[in-house]
Design a protein around this ligand. Sequence first.
Ligand code: GLC
Ligand code: GLC
Length: 629
Amino acid sequence: MSSSAELLTGLRPERVPDEDWRAFEERFHAEFPRLQALFLRVYGDSGEVREQLRRLAADAAASWADRDPELKRRDALRVEDPEWFQSNRMLGGVCYADRYAGNLAGLRDRIPYFRELGMTYLHVMPLFLAPEENSDGGYAVSSYREVNPALGSMDDLRALAADLREAGISLVVDFIFNHTSNEHEWARRALAGDPEHEGYYWIFPDRELPDAYEQTVREIFPEDHPGSFVQLPDGRWIWATFHTFQWDLNYRNPAVFRAMAREMLFLANVGIDILRMDAVAFIWKELGTPCESLPEAHLLLQAFNAVCRIAAPSMLFKSEAIVHPDEVIQYISPQECQLSYNPLQMALLWSTLATRDVGLLQQALDRRHALPAGTAWVNYVRSHDDIGWTFADEDAAELGINGYDHRRFLNAFYVNRFPGSFARGVPFQDNPRTGDCRISGATASLAGLEAGDPGAVDRIVLMHSVVLSTGGIPLLYLGDEVGQLNDYGYVFEPGHADDSRWVGRPRYPAEAYADRGDPSTPAGRIFQRLRRLIEVRSSTPEFWDGALVPFHSNNPQVLGYQRPGIGAEQSTVVVLANFGDRREHVNEVTLSGLPSEAVELVSGKAVTLSAGIDLPPHGFVWLRVVRAG
Ligand code: GLC
Ligand code: GLC
């Protein structure tokens, strides 16, 4: 029937040189069968499905023909070196173009700073055309082919991508493919009753099916609207997992997959290196299930991945699955998402800061850190979103911790309703019905700087030290490296007042940046120390990739792990990190398996381990030990 050779017949655009086309053909023959198999598994076999596949092949060929030679060179380099992102020199930063730099052109002006910091990866928050007032920070996309005019134009985005490439920085943008805004052309047409586009969304004539789905589906933004559906002006109901104006796409329709694959290839050719795959868990719905992380969601991601391998082979996916750790891991593989946020590490860093007990975090590093070859975590202290307590209740139970109670404690602690708390967070999506709540805030405010707590700077550095030493790509929320605080002004901003996540998305903290060289300021102290850690990390080969070997400190306040050297290297970096408020000791018996001489990499000093080691409050060490060969 449709062998990959037949499908390619007649697809070669004239302008593609021989050699270039042969390379495409080779990839096509290698990957298309996988794409086809996935597609048929999800959609079954029919004339319509075969037709969509045929068109997908044509889209891929046309996209390759349009791809800039500069991007094709990058493709070749990265295909040669598929583990490039495992490097200990990788460092990510994330920001909103408008809040951080005014617009896309302003971001280009910040490239010298990104280099100063050592960045190799920049995630620019959603920058596409979106509804004017409230667009969920751009996560409601009205067109993937137009840049939000307040930020610039597609040409500005291309220029930014090129400048970043020149500076050795990969550009990451969101691929918001679970939903569109209600102003997207597809949405407008659907609303106007065009049957083709009605088929792009989940529209129901009455409450019968919505009620049935809601039996098993969790509420994501209950403060915005209860349940997962909103009513259209004509009385019908449409699926909207997030805000009322974010309408879920219906991936049961193969035309939707193909349409989004085209948008994805368009972005690839703009020069995007990594797509942050937004809200991956939600893309497939099935009555009687939670409609999250269903098997088809994975098959579809793998199908998108196969499309990239064919027509934009250097582009990678980062999964945004903020779900149970058993589910997070399922998105991560070279055939699906090569990268993934590590929400468990993020949440447990905060949990540990509050409890001063490293048990849960230690357990997570011991048993939930390992990843398949060819993939990596993106480790972070916090993102633009809320902190949700996504640890596994069963893991907690093993340590005698009740998950429900612990989350209640953490929520109280981080919104400063717990005696002695140093944190100044704001509740997000407080759901009195389920008792669920998450936390918004900037790192420094959550870690005590806003409250004037004397341990704040050390805590901020400690949190980042873990993110910088557990492998994968460390991702900084830009501005946090100079200790930016919460922005309470969000309540006066149109469209933001009801979404407390904006408290943690301050504008470019110019004063703090100006202070970054001045060690008498918190900004200077945080920045200088983080710079040092980044520098040490980038010259420490043991920090290559994410391999981690457990190391238990035998002190409940002290987190431990080892980063083994690569190849024949006998060296290991042993990390010990004190989450307690007091000086802590790791005794000589615990360290007796290590050589007695070590170098502490951050200070550059030799240390003797034979009498154990002392760690100041919130202090940590990166100890290189060399075992006799
Ligand atoms: C992701 C984004 C979040 C957004 C949601 C809906 O979770 O990180 O900011 O609200 O998707 O697109
Ligand atoms: C994400 C997560 C949810 C998070 C929200 C963004 O996709 O599933 O936990 O809070 O969307 O804020």
